[in-house]
Write a protein that binds this ligand. Structure first.
Ligand code: 4AD
Ligand code: MG
Length: 478
């Protein structure tokens, strides 16, 4: 007999037939005559109710406790009770894997997200994390679908690299040298010439540089892989290991880049709304519940669903960095000295500034362009004013920066000049510079932080709750 997933059973296609159902017990309630077992197999947020009537002895049901894995044969029938359209009238139930109620940590009551983070190996079995990771899966699929439909080539860029794409020095070293006794050079430095790769290597912070090489042949490419940053940021928006999507397009300028990013974000949100509506509704209710305990002014103006519908059906706001600074400096918030960090032309926007722009001023996603060159990476294209670069960040309500991108500097002399200014050696990036020597062309791209996107769609406040096993400072459990 073939197993049917709960999601399909709940659609009733096999009504009246004998079915085989496998999954994990969420709850069991009942009495001497009848027991109701709620079973979930991860295919949907909804449980399937299994009815065990008096032919099942109490003894035979004693191991059917929360968390146990069971296999059920029975008839799929329209349910008499409320709450579900279909249920299974069991003819046999096998306990495949017991879960001792004395020690199984997930009991029926609601657990805090902090507690669940400590048992991340089991938290998939809760409604909240079931919903979050189904949405994450759908978003990942939608990413590939979007780019595939547009004829982009999916590129696998290296995880181990010798370069620092962002030039920010936030890298995890990769080495096989003995840390207690490394080979040393004459002047006492660790001699990486003797290391596995014959040079110092690290985990990649971004696949962009290699992505650019591929775009110079395929026109439009994207990467979707893990990236690593050894920044010591303990925030609700930073991970040491996160997934990034980085499209790179030849013959694109900044405006085309921004248009693509906006279309992309709307597409994947719309796809999740269409395919995971119940999960998103559940997560929305969870947020609304959480909101009730907050002071009035901190509560959300829109429900999660309303927010997502709003984002897909409205244009993103577009402003230059210079305009954004003017807005901030002229705000009442600024005049009342409510920002912790000062703002003036030339400073990097802090997350409080970004959030003011999106949440208070525009109340929608904002694309900020043309930042001062000194606060952005070396590869961004210098604008004619000589002070700003063709950069763009997309800021999202509740999240802040969700996308970072730019038009790239395709002019060899200007690129080399910029690298010199920030201390990047030409010899180390000879291959990158070759694309400017041979058939170079204007091109652009961006990076979307996948976990921040998942946070936006699920409404989860902490980035540790949208990746299965988060890597953050002082934490690499599981
Ligand atoms: O702005 P970033 O650093 O840009 C790049 O890496 C470029 N190479 C992208 C490109 O143009 N191809 O990072 C891009 C995005 C950020 O906007 C943010 O969403 C996410 O990656 N991000 C992080 N997400 C989680 N944890 C971190 N520590 C992150 N750092 C960046
Ligand atoms: Mg950035």
């Amino acid at each position: 007999m073939q197993r049917t997933k709960v999601k399909d059973l709940l659609q009733g296609a096999e009504e009246g037939k004998e079915v085989l159902l496998k999954g994990w017990v969420r709850t069991k309630r009942g009495n001497k005559y009848v027991n109701f077992i709620a079973v979930n197999d991860g295919s949907t947020i909804n449980n399937l109710q299994v009815v065990a009537d008096e032919k099942f002895s109490e003894e035979s049901l004693k191991d059917i406790t929360t968390g146990a894995a069971i296999s059920v044969v029975g008839q799929l029938v329209a349910s008499q009770g409320k709450g579900q359209a279909y249920e299974v009238q069991a003819t046999s139930i096998e306990v495949v894997g017991k879960a001792d109620p004395e020690t199984y940590p997930l009991q029926k009551k609601a657990h805090s997200l902090e507690f669940l983070r400590e048992i991340a190996h089991l938290r998939f079995r809760t409604n909240t994390f079931g919903a979050v990771f189904r949405v994450r899966n759908t978003l990942a699929f939608a990413v590939h679908r979007f780019f595939n439909e547009k004829g982009f080539v999916y590129m696998h860029t290296p995880i181990i690299t010798a370069s620092d794409a962002e030039g920010a020095g936030e890298m995890f070293r990769v080495t096989t040298l003995d840390p207690t006794n490394p080979p040393l050079t004459e002047n006492g430095q660790v001699d990486y010439a003797e290391d596995f790769f014959g040079k110092a290597t690290n985990l990649t912070v971004s696949g962009q540089l290699e992505g650019e090489l591929a775009a110079m042949a395929f026109s439009d490419i994207y990467t979707f892989g893990p990236t690593f940053r050894a920044e010591n940021s303990n925030t609700t928006r930073h991970l040491a290991e996160f997934w990034m999507i980085e499209p790179e397009m030849a013959f694109y300028d900044l405006k085309m880049n921004a248009d693509l990013a906006e279309e992309f974000i709307k597409y994947i949100i719309r796809y999740a709304l269409e395919h995971n509506r119940e999960d998103i509704e559940f997560l929305g209710q969870r947020l609304a519940e959480e909101d009730k305990s907050k002071p009035q002014q901190e509560r959300q103006e829109m429900t999660l669903l309303e927010k997502l519908e709003f984002v897909v059906s409205n244009d993103f706001e577009r402003v230059t960095y210079t305009e954004a600074i003017d807005i901030l400096v002229n705000s009442n918030h600024y005049k009342k000295k409510k920002f912790q960090y000062d703002v003036s032309w030339g400073v990097d926007l802090q997350s409080e500034h970004e959030r003011y722009l999106v949440e208070k001023h525009f109340k929608k996603p904002v694309i900020v362009t043309d930042y001062p060159k000194d606060i952005k990476a070396f590869y961004m294209r210098l604008n004619d004013d000589g002070k700003t670069v063709a950069a763009m960040d997309i800021l999202a309500p509740g999240i802040g920066e969700i996308v970072g991108g730019s038009q790239r500097e395709e002019r060899l002399d200007l690129l080399v000049e910029r690298m010199k200014a920030v201390g990047i050696h030409e010899e180390d990036l000879w291959w990158y510079l070759d694309t400017r020597r041979f058939g170079g062309c204007p091109h652009a791209g961006f990076g979307l932080g996948f976990e921040r996107m998942v946070q936006f769609v699920t409404g989860m406040g902490n980035i540790r709750d949208v990746i299965p096993f988060p890597r953050t400072p002082q934490n690499a459990e599981f």
